[in-house]
Design a protein. Structure first.
Lengths: 103, 400
């Protein structure tokens, strides 16, 4: 899902394409956009599962306040995907509970 | 407060040592009361990290190591039993502990220590190579040279342990009075006659001074040094893992960390040097907060973005040889000292057991109290360095 023609902001500008890996799946993203935007465009809605009830969570406030969208990014858990820009080759994992440190 | 007029045993101090003793005594049917000047676990019992490090420090004396091991092993066994016995989950986690080296020289020293300890009969201790430590601790800085590792160490929640002991002691009939400050231990020419509290007198034959860092205030004949330490706590994060880590570079403790069951990482170890009277202050200065937080970014680069949510200080205690004072006070029949602890988890269960046995069985205990005999410091004035902190004191005692 991407808005290609916004009534106020106008048409979506052409930008350089990069690739990120989400739970082992390669998806396309635009350079500089938040991870969460790329995930939504690729149809990913569940970003993490809660610690106690294991309930799915995804994008909520989208401005870096609520921490509902945190995921494991390049081995570091609790990264807010709505305020973190994509980088080519980034590895992103759905976070279960508090996640897992890989580095 | 409705203090009783008399009782069999008065325990001064509602921390884990006092309550561990009260629990054992009450269980044996003894009429025991606990007098605490603030609240349960207000002192070091509620402020430490709960690290279970059975053989703390860098002792190189084989005889001393093998002797200490007997008490440490018994204490660990009793902790396991308490975890089953007490109707209170104090989050005991036997996840191992690490003494990490960040230079070749330190790693060589640790290797030597492991060898000495193994010769002294310590079968558990082992040396882990740098890449093994890195595999177990992915968040640690990459220049790890190795670590001294004990798989049976771990951590627990000290506040919960103390409350668990209090609850169990009460169940068996112990009376606990909080906000009750003892003014004086009353003695005659033979021994203890009672305690004086808020203008009243409680008659008793036995008094246990379990006030740790405050012990010398009530019993000035034994010099017990208060020592302040600072703790900084992060938000809940994934397991790093939870095992306590210590790093000593040269002869200075650089930091200690441990992670709670819920995932908060506790960091401590850097405090400013202060005079004796200022060792009881429980607030943290901005400089100390900065110093301890910088440990995270320096040694744990991956978690340097984690938020710190709380910081506090607490006061532990040192004696002139670094080991606690547990046992009868010379010259005063019925007065027992149980203080001078700087590694409470390593002694909490065994202290309660041995002190209660001493009281119940006329001075007979299942393990001798000799190594901890308060007589070794009786009326000895020690010229402590001033101002001081953990580093200065351990250097002074030659103990790290």
């Amino acid at each position: 899902m991407r808005i290609v023609d916004h009534p106020i902001l106008g048409k979506l500008k052409e930008r350089k394409k990069v690739f990120i890996e989400v739970d082992g799946r390669k998806i396309e993203a635009y350079e500089g956009e938040p991870i969460a935007a790329a995930l939504l465009a690729a149809g990913v809605r569940v970003f993490r599962y809660t610690s106690k009830e294991k309930e799915p969570r995804g994008l909520f406030c989208a401005i870096g306040r609520c921490t509902d969208c945190v995921m494991i990014v390049d081995g570091i858990p609790n990264v807010r995907t709505c305020v973190t820009s994509v980088r080519d080759g980034m590895k992103i994992e759905t976070q279960k509970g508090l996640g897992k440190w890989r580095k | 407060m409705h203090f009783p007029l008399s009782c069999e045993v008065v325990i001064i101090g509602g921390g884990m040592m006092g309550l561990s003793t009260a629990y054992r005594l009450a269980q044996a049917g003894c009429d025991v009361i606990v007098l605490e000047w603030r609240n349960i676990a207000s002192g070091a019992s509620g402020r430490n990290g709960g690290q279970i490090i059975q053989l703390d420090g860098r002792d190189k004396d084989q005889k001393s190591i093998s002797q200490r091991l007997i008490y440490a092993k018994e204490n660990t066994k009793l902790l396991d039993e308490l975890y089953e016995e007490l109707d209170y989950d104090f989050e005991l986690n036997r996840c191992g502990s690490f003494d990490v080296a960040f230079s070749k020289k330190d790693a060589e020293e640790l290797m030597e220590l492991v060898e000495i300890q193994r010769k002294a009969g310590d079968k558990e201790i082992e040396f882990l190579e740098g890449d093994e430590v890195q595999r177990l601790f992915p968040v640690l800085r990459k220049d790890v040279y190795g670590a001294r590792y004990r798989p049976t160490d771990g951590n627990l929640e000290p506040l919960k342990l103390t409350y668990g002991l209090a609850k169990a002691a009460k169940k068996y009939g112990a009376k606990i009075f909080t906000h009750s400050k003892v003014d004086k231990i009353l003695v005659d020419h033979i021994g203890v006659t009672g305690v004086s509290i808020q203008g009243r007198t409680i008659k008793t034959k036995w008094v246990v001074n379990a006030t740790n860092a405050w012990a010398s205030i009530l019993t000035p004949e034994v010099d017990i040094l208060p020592l302040r330490d600072v703790a900084v706590l992060t938000e809940e994060i994934a397991s790093i893992p939870p095992s306590p880590i210590e790093t000593i570079i040269g002869d200075e403790l650089v930091f200690t960390t441990t992670q709670t069951r819920s995932g908060n990482v506790l960091v401590g170890g850097r405090t400013e040097a202060r005079f004796r009277k200022d060792q009881y202050k429980e607030d943290v200065t901005l400089e100390e907060l900065r110093e301890n937080v910088s440990i995270i970014s320096e040694f744990f680069p991956s978690i340097s973005n984690v938020n710190v949510i709380r910081a506090w200080a607490g006061t532990m205690a040192f004696t002139a040889d670094g080991f606690p004072c547990i046992g009868p006070m010379p010259g005063v029949k019925g007065l027992i000292i149980s203080a001078g602890f700087n590694n409470g988890m390593g002694y909490v269960a065994i202290t309660g057991k041995l002190v209660s046995e001493y009281i119940l069985h006329n001075g007979k205990t299942s393990l001798p109290l000799d190594p901890f005999d308060p007589a070794r410091f009786y009326k000895k004035k020690i010229k402590w360095p001033e101002p001081y902190n953990y580093s200065i004191i351990t250097k002074f005692l030659g103990r790290l």
